[in-house]
Structure formats: structure tokens, C-alpha cells
Design a protein around this ligand. Structure first.
Ligand code: CMP
Length: 140
């Protein structure tokens, strides 16, 4: 498997509890390299664009309100098989179903306030990275 890049967000529930470093330690221990990172306050427009695929879901409004409620840390992670690897490291979307040793098992509060996001496929990784980073901000 080739080296890939994936997009990650450390979400408001985690930044609010000062967990950026703890989450980054889990990411790095798993062998993923943080090749870009910035702390931002997402705008409503950015959050609605990012989660447009979920627009028809009943939780869409709640999801957007949550994502703009406090700062987030957006990241690009690089490594062998990075997309699948980061999804393993994050654990299940619902933290009550997440495996031991995963970020969500250790830190997530609920299915909505689940501490991290990671891209689900190579095509979405490219789109998500491009929404928040220009090429010269990513240093591998
Ligand atoms: P994420 O990987 O960022 O992608 C979509 C997000 O929607 C997901 O993580 C959850 O945080 C959120 N989500 C999924 N299901 C629900 C739900 N039933 N209620 C609230 N939020 C949800």
C-alpha cells in the first residue's frame, strides 16, 4: 500500500477539554505523520459545505452548530494506508461501540461530540484537504 494523505479534524468537544496534544500523541504513536495542522474557528458556511453530504439528515443542524461552537484543529495526516489506518485509530463513530485504545473510546462524549473526524475514502480526502489547506501549507 502506498503512502496516502488523509484529512482530520480535532472537534470542539476535544479542543474545549485541551485534548489536542493527547489526540496527536495517539495519532503519532500509530505511525501517522502530522504534515499540516492549524487551529481555526470554522464558519457556518465552511461547516455546511464540509458536511453537505449529510444535509438531509435530521442531525445536520445540530452537527453544524456543534462544529462552529468552539475552535477545531484541522490536520493532514500522512502514512502508509493513512485513510484506513486513521479510521482504525479513531474508532467507531459511536464511542459506546469504539474499541479499546482508539481516540473515541478514550475521549469521545457521544455520537455527535465524538472528538475527531477522518476522511472515509481517497476521493473525499482530496476534497476535504483542499477545502482547508493550500499545497504550500502541507510539508511532508
Ligand atoms: P464525522 O466523521 O465527522 O461525520 C459525520 C458526523 O455526523 C459524524 O462524525 C458524527 O459526529 C455526526 N453524527 C453521525 N450520526 C449522528 C447522530 N445520530 N446524531 C448527531 N450527530 C451524528
Amino acid at each position: 500500500m502506498a503512502v496516502q494523505r488523509t484529512f482530520s479534524i480535532i472537534k470542539p468537544d476535544a479542543t474545549a477539554r485541551n485534548l489536542t496534544g493527547a489526540i496527536n500523541a495517539i495519532i503519532e504513536k500509530a505511525g501517522l505523520r502530522i504534515v499540516a495542522q492549524k487551529r481555526i474557528r470554522m464558519t457556518r458556511e465552511q461547516a455546511e459545505t464540509f458536511y453537505a453530504v449529510h444535509k438531509a439528515r435530521p442531525f445536520f443542524g445540530e452537527l453544524v452548530d456543534f462544529m462552529i461552537s468552539a475552535p477545531v484543529v484541522v490536520q493532514v495526516l500522512e502514512g502508509e494506508n493513512a485513510i484506513a489506518k486513521y479510521r482504525d485509530v479513531m474508532g467507531a463513530t459511536d464511542p459506546s461501540k469504539a474499541a479499546e485504545g482508539t481516540i473515541r473510546k478514550a475521549h469521545a462524549k457521544s455520537i455527535g461530540e465524538n472528538s475527531v473526524h477522518g476522511s472515509d475514502a481517497p476521493e473525499t480526502a482530496v476534497i476535504e484537504i483542499a477545502q482547508f489547506f493550500s499545497g504550500n501549507e502541507i510539508v511532508g
